[in-house]
Ligand binder design. Structure first.
Ligand code: P6P
Length: 346
């Protein structure tokens, strides 16, 4: 019989690499798997319950929240708040730090998450995802602070995502490779199905919303023309408007996901703290690379919970080619983006 490794067993096996581990970090990862099962139970029957459709509220980014967004957000926050694990939590669906009751004391970790990315696709049954990452508290005070949250991505302890698609998968890394688990709904367990994921050397796809093409900086235009012109091999376009799904395809089969800046938004759309850092950490652990067009996403010093970044992630040579063309052609955008970054410092 094929050696069956559940995600819980795998996480415990990873814990052995940390001799002083107390099990708290392990418990957080295991509860992310539990949250994924609870959310998957609702996404797979979203059309049946009254959970479909928009709530009557917006998230901090001014986007209409879907009922399933709020459900997923509450599941993740509640699993982690009464356990003495975290000193701070940040969700895309809420502004500021999420209050962590002092019941069990202040934990030593920071949890950042986008409970349901791509949720505008829920009503049309397109796959969606959860993105999460974990930093370690480093300030001396009793309680978690914004400084504990606004750390560079290179300091992450763990990152992962769940993709609610034709099957439900959870992919995670703790800095020792990337591992994928597929949910067996009959037994309710995530089973190791993709050990040690590495992004293939030969890219097959590129993912970008061409509707914005006229507004891209010139260097991005040149890059996408190269992708279409075959200089990097005959890449196919795949874009479904759900970043976790587009990222997952490029991670497994080779390629690049992009949400470039444009004349309307020099900072792009993707959120640094709850989306880009996690996917950049995973991509790097799988042999890939992620950039904002100028530098490694993991080196960016965050200044604001709502900070956005242009996002290029996938095969290292493709992302670095995008950087080179942007450096060569896009000085006006570079100045506009650097002004945005300065303004984030407040
Ligand atoms: P557009 C979803 O809101 C999201 O953040 C990503 O999941 C997705 O890749 C992107 O936005 C889609 O944005 O502007 O192409 O519809």
């Amino acid at each position: 019989m094929h050696r069956l490794i559940t995600i819980e067993r795998h996480i415990q096996m990873q814990q052995r690499e940390f001799p002083h581990a107390t099990g708290t970090f392990t418990a957080m990862l295991q509860d992310m798997a539990l949250a994924a099962k609870l959310i998957a139970r609702e996404t797979t029957r979203a059309g049946l319950g009254n959970i479909l459709g928009a709530a009557d509220s917006d998230n901090p980014f001014g986007e209409r929240q879907q009922k399933l967004d709020l459900f997923a957000d509450e599941v993740i926050a509640s699993l982690n708040s009464e356990a003495g694990r975290v000193c701070a939590m940040v969700s895309e669906e809420r502004s500021g730090l999420i209050d962590v009751p002092p019941t069990y004391g202040t934990g030593k970790y920071v949890l950042l998450y986008d409970p349901l990315d791509g949720s505008s696709n829920i009503d049309v049954n397109v796959s969606i995802g959860t993105i999460f990452s974990i930093h370690r508290k480093y300030t001396r005070g009793e309680n978690g602070t914004l400084d504990d949250v606004l750390q560079e991505g290179m300091r992450l302890l763990a990152a992962g995502y769940v993709i609610y698609g034709s099957s439900t998968m959870m992919v995670y890394t703790t800095g020792s490779g990337v591992y994928g688990f597929t949910l067996d709904p009959v037994i309710g367990e995530f089973i190791l199905s993709h050990p040690n994921i590495r992004i293939p050397d030969k890219p097959r796809y590129y993912s970008v919303n061409h509707a914005n093409a006229r507004r891209w900086p010139e260097g991005v235009q040149h890059f996408v023309n190269e992708l279409q012109g075959g200089q990097h091999g005959a890449l196919q376009l795949r874009y479904i408007g759900s970043m976790v799904s587009d990222f997952h395809r490029n991670l497994l089969q080779g390629g690049i996901f992009m949400y470039p800046p444009d004349t309307h938004r020099p900072e792009g759309k993707i959120r640094l703290m709850v989306e880009a850092q996690a996917l950049a950490f995973i991509a790097e652990q799988a042999g890939g690379y992620a950039s904002d067009g100028l530098r490694d996403i993991l080196t960016i010093r965050p200044h604001n919970l709502q900070q956005r970044v242009p996002f290029f992630v996938g095969n290292r040579e493709l992302v670095q080619r995008a950087e080179a063309l942007i450096q060569q052609h896009d000085h006006e955008w570079i100045n506009a983006y650097q002004t945005y970054c300065q303004n984030q410092r407040g």
